[in-house]
Design a protein. Structure first.
Lengths: 564, 155
């Protein structure tokens, strides 16, 4: 059957099993939009800005595990999408982004709405393709999904000139695709796994440090089994939250710059560190010279270039986290050696001593609304069962510290790139992927304004998000650094001329609330959650001076935390 | 590498984005026209070279990668030098060229163009042997490399 390029694209997406495509039309993609109009299998979600489209697709991908799909026009459509693409790239999120391009014969002529999409996106994609021949379109789309979703996942851009979407070719969507230059390794090396297990069984002060790889590889279950089998403490990175049940005794909290005292002290003093699907990011390690000075390190990662990039490791294992964890469990169960119970007990006693410091304590008697109190209450009111997205800043850290995620894919945030404006559009994607579930966006008055226009999208598609705006009238994290390190010179960190968020929400057709007393927090959250089919914007007027603790200042080691 | 538009810029972009040095880079299609072979000369500590190797392998367009310096290998670079060649100097330049086993491939009343192939240090030595004043123009191809013996880079 001969189809136009536009029809081939739409058919390919249908055959790929895509449910939603997030996008924004424009001149170069009009043929594609016409093909979308003439079908009803794929639903197109019209955002109000291309950045919103990429974040929404990203949120959908993070929460469902399926690739997010985006369609934008050439030139500004593509450049607006770049922030969202880079966000997904830094957190290894599978996405396929279709960008329109000017007709083939105009490429390079500075044509209207022309941009070098391949060149602009190259440093922030796993791979990208320019399709110049319509007969290669279906195969290229298959390759794009294959590359995006296998190995270490990531965004893939497919740039399609307008004339290619009009030309015709025979349609055939391949079932599989093989690429000689792309063969990710899934199975961990048996000898290395044996060495790692030996090291783990001999550990006296072990620590499991796990990251986003556990979530991406759907390995929460084997991780939990391994940790319980060995009675080892577990700490999660910001990206790894939910990979191990946060309410479990063996969970010591998040680690890193704003991690818990017990997690960071545990890292500093451990003798065997087992890093699983984590990449030793600078926000985790602190000063690399002072990082885990006593530990032998095992590192499991699907990307060989993550291994020994920042920290030299003793036992590297390249493979999918899920596969390697299962192999470790099998090896341990198959033998009769277990870690020395006395040492592990003594280690736990030490950890409990650190935990007793209660490093996340805050003033519960304040007359002002404390952001920590809001998040603690949110956790209580939602029964710990909501999908929570966040923007970037203090509220993100408090959400990570105070909302206890027991399940994977419930905590959705921009960890690597730290993209303000991510939270609400990401929540839209989460809600579409999980209709009927509670989806909360924890944000601040700074971040929310970076993609505020998406309130309109939420209205159009009846997405009943619950927005928790921790409004301290400051770019809080910037303010905190200025207080600590710039003698309180608050340059440009005060958000002046803020809108009335209640009226703003109402003008978009949503419900707005403002809460400025600690005593009203719980009732407001309960009321908002009751409004199941409405978006509720909760504007919490919080204490302006609250800081995120603990904190490892730049250049500090993990044992050098500032505590409240 | 895949012989595709953009493959070269992916490699060059990787080096600039991650702050690695490219000392020289040569690339051309192979006997299989779907493949190109690139020889890239870089420098760094063992850790940096390990990262460069891993990052390059991660590029979807890179089919196979070999660190030539891990075994015995041959490096060759081609250089074209245009020199001022007048009067008595013509004889002298011819002699130096012969000593370095170069060839004079173009002659005019006032100039010679000399072709010389060898490892980089040989080319450096040749340039040093010439008086600076005679050199009009130097073109170097960048290094191509191949392993000695049976070891080969083939897919």
């Amino acid at each position: 059957m001969e189809l136009t390029g536009a029809e081939i694209l739409v058919h390919s997406l249908q055959d790929e099993g895509v449910e939603y495509i997030f996008g924004y039309p424009g001149g170069a993609v009009l043929h594609i939009y016409d093909a979308l109009y003439r079908q009803d299998k794929l639903q197109h979600i019209l955002t109000r800005h291309e950045q919103g489209a990429t974040h929404a697709a990203d949120g959908y991908a993070r929460s469902t595990g399926k690739p997010g799909v985006v369609l934008v026009t050439s030139g500004p459509g593509a450049t607006n999408a770049v922030t969202g693409i880079a966000t997904a790239y830094m957190d290894s999120i599978p996405m396929v982004i279709f960008t329109g391009q000017v007709p083939t014969q105009l490429i390079g002529n500075d044509a209207f709405q022309e941009a070098d999409n391949i060149g602009i996106t190259r440093p922030c994609v796993k791979h990208n393709f320019l399709v110049k021949d319509v007969s290669k379109l279906a195969e290229t789309i298959k390759k794009a999904f294959y590359v995006a979703t296998t190995g270490r996942p990531g965004p893939v851009v497919v740039d399609i000139p307008k004339d290619v979407t009009a030309q015709k070719a025979e349609y055939h969507y391949p079932d599989t695709v093989s690429m000689r230059s792309y063969n990710p390794v899934h199975i961990g090396h048996a000898g290395q796994i044996k060495r790692a297990v030996k090291l783990m069984l001999g550990a006296r002060r072990p620590m499991l440090y796990t990251g986003g790889g556990v979530i991406l590889s759907n390995a929460a279950e084997p991780l939990t089994e391994l940790a319980r089998l060995l009675d080892f403490p577990v700490t999660n990175t910001l990206m790894g939250l939910g990979g191990y049940p946060a309410t479990d005794r063996q969970f010591v909290g998040m680690l890193g710059m704003h991690g818990t005292y017990e997690a960071n002290m545990g890292m500093h003093h451990c003798d065997v560190l087992i890093a699983i699907g984590a990449r030793f990011d600078d926000r985790v390690t602190g000063n690399i010279e002072k990082f885990c000075p006593h530990a032998k390190i095992v590192h499991v990662d699907i990307d060989p270039s993550s291994i020994s990039k920042n920290v030299k490791v003793d036992v590297p294992i390249v493979g999918s986290v899920d596969n390697v964890l299962r192999a470790m469990i099998e090896a341990i169960k198959g033998g009769n050696k277990r870690p020395d119970a006395e040492s592990i007990t003594a280690w736990w006693e030490q950890i409990e001593e650190w935990r007793a410091k209660d490093c996340l304590k805050f003033d519960r008697d304040s007359e002002l609304v404390k952001p920590q109190h809001v998040l603690e209450t949110l956790y209580k009111v939602t029964g710990g069962d909501a999908y929570v997205t966040s923007d970037v800043g203090q509220h993100q850290m408090w959400a990570a510290q105070f909302y206890k995620f027991d399940k994977p894919r419930r905590w959705i945030n921009s960890g690597g790139l730290g993209t303000m404006g991510f939270g609400m559009p990401a929540a839209m994607g989460v809600q579409l992927g999980h209709p009927g579930e509670t989806v909360v966006c924890v944000t601040g008055e700074g971040s929310i304004q970076m993609c505020i226009q998406e309130l309109s999208t939420c209205k159009q598609y009846a997405l009943p998000l619950k927005i928790v705006n921790l409004n301290n009238r400051y770019l809080g994290m910037v303010r905190q650094w200025q207080e600590f390190f710039y003698q309180g010179r608050y340059a440009m960190s005060y958000m002046e001329s803020l809108p009335d968020f209640v009226k703003l929400a109402e003008s978009y057709g949503h419900v707005g609330m403002q809460i400025d007393k600690p005593g009203d927090v719980e009732a407001a959250l309960i009321e908002a959650m009751k409004l199941k089919d409405r978006l509720v914007f909760m504007d919490f007027i919080t204490d302006q001076t609250e800081n995120v603790y603990p904190m490892i200042p730049a250049g500090g080691g993990q044992n050098e935390m500032i505590l409240i | 590498m895949e012989n595709e538009a953009g493959a070269l810029s992916r490699v060059a972009g990787l080096f600039s984005a991650r702050g690695y040095n490219i000392e020289s880079l040569t690339v051309a299609p192979t006997e299989d026209p779907t493949l190109s072979r690139m020889t890239l000369v870089t420098c760094g500590t063992d850790e940096i070279i390990e990262q460069i190797t891993k990052q390059l392998n991660k590029l979807v367009d890179v089919v196979k990668l070999m660190d030539m310096t891990e075994g015995p290998h041959i490096e060759r670079e081609m250089m074209l030098v245009k020199v001022r060649a007048e009067g008595e100097r013509r004889e002298e330049l011819k002699r130096v060229t012969d000593i370095f086993r170069g060839r004079i491939i173009d002659v005019s009343a006032k100039s010679y163009t000399i072709e010389l192939t060898g490892a980089g240090d040989k080319l450096d030595a040749f340039l040093q042997a010439l008086e600076q004043a005679v050199i009009i123009e130097v073109v170097r191809s960048g290094v191509s490399g191949i392993a000695r013996g049976e070891r080969s880079l083939k897919i």
